[in-house]
Design a protein around this ligand. Structure first.
Ligand code: CO
Length: 507
């Protein structure tokens, strides 16, 4: 494993398909507070809190594999750090679907990404039930830990034991089955106090976005952590497919991709709902800028601005450029909607046949309704983040998962630190036999006032890595500033490639 200022030299692929696909398996064990020892390096004593991670943990039942790993049941890991020690707990989320299928030993529900019940189309036609698999993200809000899945309400978990408490309607805020995004953004205090900003989408010929803001700690004005402090609804023409969004102090920024939804194959039992999405060739998407309540644009109407062609799942960050008046949004763009056909086994996927993600900066002029854009990173990348204190602000640094090769589509094998001002890159790589998932940047805390705050890149990057040699998962701790390896923890656990995670400071 190496750190290098990246050179445009590595044009050869250096990974083995079997190493990569060996991560697709069922998580076979649930651990409780198991101590972890580093096999290399030391755990920083200042690291005090919990890394929560979510992702699909059950990919096969009764000999049948999910059609896409996104259909796998949510499995939560909690890595607790204190005093230079680490401990691991992991639990499946006890969703209704997981409990029913666990009991019967086979799939009972269809998956959104194409997993069908046994018995062919006849057995699946007109079964439009959604299985809330709680597998996309996990965040702490007040005293609740929430396992998120964007098409329905969250599951509440005990933050210590990870025991499932049940579906949470957030004190009656959500209707039964109401969509609640798996991509909340944590405003570090744009309006005085920290908030969790999130949304739900009701999609149709006209789509409605519900924008919600929650106090993320007890506020001086009396709001308690977890309380709703802003709530608004905005309708737009067209079928909305919105996985993620970005925030600035004044705006919630959505990118409506140019996709169409034809539900017929889903209704007839031939395809999963997400497989009925298709890009509209030649059409571009649209930015939807929704004013945040108590921001500078509060009360204004949402703005619609044409976006560059391409498809976006995830954004890095957004901010308002006070010098130009532009709203700047950094997003990971794909040339087209990357989908896997009904006949394709995802474990045998040909990476050359699907487009790679690339980081692009769009500068939106809200008055002129125009956008100009530039590439920030053309190396295949995903799962990018800034220092959480810079969320919604002009951040200097980004950390993201990248491919080992400089160009082309490959599995993610390295973590890159990108200086957004100078373009300087530092890369830590797990190649050839390691495969990374989403990195989480944990800033170093300081006892000083914010004016004396430590450097933006001071802290650590925590990343689970599939170790193809060991056929198990390692947790790697990097120094966020120089990207040198700080510690490697070999987990007594084999975890398929995960989705999203978050860091919760110890109280
Ligand atoms: Co996501």
């Amino acid at each position: 494993m190496t750190v290098a200022a990246s050179q445009p030299s590595d044009v050869q692929r250096c990974w083995d398909h079997h190493d990569w696909s060996s991560a697709f398996r069922n998580v076979g064990v649930e651990l409780s507070d198991v101590p972890l020892e580093p096999v290399r390096g030391t755990i920083p004593a200042e690291l005090k809190g919990t890394l929560f991670r979510n992702g699909p943990g059950r990919l096969e039942r009764g000999g049948q594999w999910v059609h896409h790993p996104f259909d796998g049941d949510g499995m939560i890991c909690a890595f607790r750090f204190e005093g230079g020690q680490a401990r691991l707990t992991n639990r499946f989320v006890r969703t209704d679907g997981w409990l029913a299928e666990e009991q019967i030993g086979r799939f009972v529900y269809r998956g959104v990404f194409g997993t069908q019940k046994p018995g062919g189309p006849l057995a699946n036609a007109f079964d439009l039930r959604l299985k809330n698999i709680a597998n996309t993200h996990v965040v702490q809000l007040g005293d609740q830990l929430l396992a998120l899945w964007e098409a329905a309400e969250p599951h509440a978990l005990d933050p210590v034991t990870l025991e499932t408490m049940g579906l949470s309607r957030l004190k009656g805020l959500l209707k039964p089955g109401e969509a609640f995004s798996a991509h909340p953004r944590f405003d570090p205090g744009h309006h005085g106090e920290p908030r969790m900003v999130t949304f739900g989408v009701k999609a149709g010929p006209t789509s409605t976005i519900r924008l919600m803001e929650f106090a993320n700690e007890d506020h001086l004005n009396g709001a308690r952590a977890g309380d709703l402090v802003a709530d608004s609804r905005h309708s737009f023409k067209g079928f909305a497919f919105l996985h993620d969004f970005a925030i600035t102090p004044s705006w919630a920024v959505f990118l409506q991709n140019a996709v169409a939804f034809n539900p017929l194959p889903f209704v007839l039992g031939q395809k999963g709902a997400a497989q009925c999405l298709a890009s509209k060739p030649g059409e571009a998407g649209q930015f939807w800028l929704v004013p945040r309540q108590s921001g500078h644009q509060a009360g204004a109407r949402p703005l619609l601005v044409p976006a560059p062609e391409g498809f976006v799942f995830h954004h890095l960050n957004a901010f308002e450029d006070s010098a130009t008046g532009e709203v700047v949004v950094d997003s990971i763009y794909y040339e087209d909607f990357p989908s896997i056909g009904p006949e394709v086994d995802y474990r045998a996927i040909d990476f050359d046949s699907i487009p790679e993600g690339q980081l692009r900066r769009c500068r939106i002029d809200p008055r002129g309704g125009t956008v100009r854009s530039e590439w920030l990173e053309q190396r295949c990348c995903e799962f990018a983040m800034v220092n959480p204190a810079k969320q919604g602000l002009d951040a200097r640094f980004a950390w993201m998962a990248v491919a080992q090769r400089e160009r082309g589509n490959d599995p993610l094998q390295a973590i890159e630190k990108l200086d957004l001002q100078t373009g300087e890159r530092l890369v830590w790589s797990a190649a050839p036999r390691g495969f990374v998932t989403e990195p989480v940047m944990v800033p170093r805390l300081t006892d000083y006032s914010p004016e004396d705050s430590v450097a933006e890149d001071s802290g650590w990057v925590l990343v689970p890595v599939w170790n193809g040699a060991r056929c198990a998962t390692d947790l790697v701790i990097l120094n966020a500033a120089d990207m040198k390896e700080q510690a490697v923890l070999e987990l007594p656990l084999a975890i398929p490639y995960g989705l999203h995670g978050s860091w919760a400071e110890a109280a």
